[in-house]
Design a protein around this ligand. Structure first.
Ligand code: KG4
Ligand code: ZN
Length: 345
């Protein structure tokens, strides 16, 4: 079954074609990030206006790259939330219109669940021969029960998944999301936007043990997070140290280590408590190399497999939405599908 996914929850406009939930045939992403850089964060109105301009060409490119015509698509999927209302409306209303005209089933998807499904995808664009493709088709898929760690600019959540469609929210951030903390500290240090990759770059030349920043809630029994105190600790250091500019890379490295320590410890604790076979990580912060190496290393010591999507599929994309829709196939009448900016678990 070929599903055309559409994702427009934040500043990306993405369309993708995925076959049987796992085979990525195309994934087009147009980002308006350049337009937001000077503001240090996404400006919702600017993002939505840009999405109106690019949504149709992006869908057309996704179909072209997958070499499939709209008529041959079996179903459609669209992110309905959470996200920015103006941005969501562009994707949702476009999907509804296409589903109505072409008489395709339309599956509304939760963006956060979508991030976990990025781990089910195999990139078929790189595989051209039939033999390669059939070998890849049997490559291992994630095994239940599993823990999903969603770490993005707007969210930090841990979920327990017993099976497709059977999940339980374990905890989330009480204030800033992990990516938001990266973005805010990057701005404070005079680094660019988005902050995650900038902090990661600066941290490469820094000493992660020079500053001992707090690891909020790391030892608490729950699965909640809090990153605003950590951010405040960096603010206080910068205010009290007139030479902080010289220590920028050490601050970045020490801050990055603090966030990663918390994410690793809590994810592993959840996996152990719920006897999960695997941890699946999704969201923009999943692109972070320190998080990747630390979580994988500590997971393997405990016999827990840790999966990360490629960097392309860690950030917002429509392929993960198409995959989630395949494994949770609950189509709705186009006219009843609505954007839900506040959707959660
Ligand atoms: O999932 P995403 O693309 O959009 C949201 O749904 O929010 O995540 C964007 C977030 C930003 O806060 C960005 O700073 C962060 O992901 N990010 C990273 C890295 N790349 C992106 N954080 C840490 N390290 C990275 N390499
Ligand atoms: Zn996201």
């Amino acid at each position: 079954m070929k599903i055309l996914g559409i994702e427009t929850s934040c500043d990306e406009t993405s369309a993708a074609v995925v076959e049987d939930g796992t085979k990525l045939l195309s994934n087009m992403v147009s980002s308006s990030v350049e337009l937001h850089k000077k503001y240090g964060g996404v400006v919702p109105e600017v993002a939505a206006r840009e999405q109106v301009k690019v949504i149709i060409p992006v869908i057309q490119e996704a179909l072209d790259e997958a070499k499939v015509r709209m008529e041959k698509i079996d179903a459609m999927a669209a992110t309905v939330g959470p996200g920015l209302i103006g941005s969501l409306l562009v994707g949702v209303e476009t999907a509804k219109t296409l589903a109505f005209i072409y008489k395709k089933p339309l599956v509304p998807e939760n963006h956060l669940i979508g991030h976990v499904y990025a781990c089910w995808l195999t990139d078929y664009r790189l595989l051209t021969t039939a033999v390669d493709r059939s070998q890849k088709a049997v490559s291992t898929q994630p095994k239940f029960p599993l823990i999903g760690l969603i770490v993005s600019g707007g969210h930090t959540d841990l979920i327990f998944m017993k099976d497709h469609g059977k999940y339980q929210w374990l905890g989330g951030t009480r204030d800033d999301a992990a990516g938001e903390a990266f973005d805010k500290v990057a701005r404070l240090l005079g680094l660019g936007y988005p902050g995650g990759p900038e902090i990661e770059k600066a941290a490469k030349n820094g000493n992660p043990n020079l500053y001992i920043f707090p690891r909020p809630m790391i030892n608490e029994k729950n699965f909640d997070f809090s990153f605003s105190g950590l951010k405040t600790a960096v603010v206080n250091l910068v205010k009290s140290n007139s030479q902080w500019q010289k220590a920028k890379s050490d601050i970045a490295a020490s801050f990055q280590k603090a966030i990663v320590d918390v994410l690793v410890k809590k994810s592993l604790k959840a996996a152990q408590k719920y006897q999960a076979k695997e941890i699946l990580v999704g969201g923009g912060v999943a692109a972070n190399q320190l998080l990747r190496s630390q979580l994988s290393a500590h997971g393997s010591q405990l016999g827990i497999k840790v999966r990360f999507p490629s960097v392309e599929l860690s950030i917002d994309n429509a392929a993960m939405i198409a995959s989630a829709a395949y494994f949770n196939f609950k189509p709705q009448k186009p006219e009843s599908v609505q954007a839900q900016p506040g959707l959660y678990f």
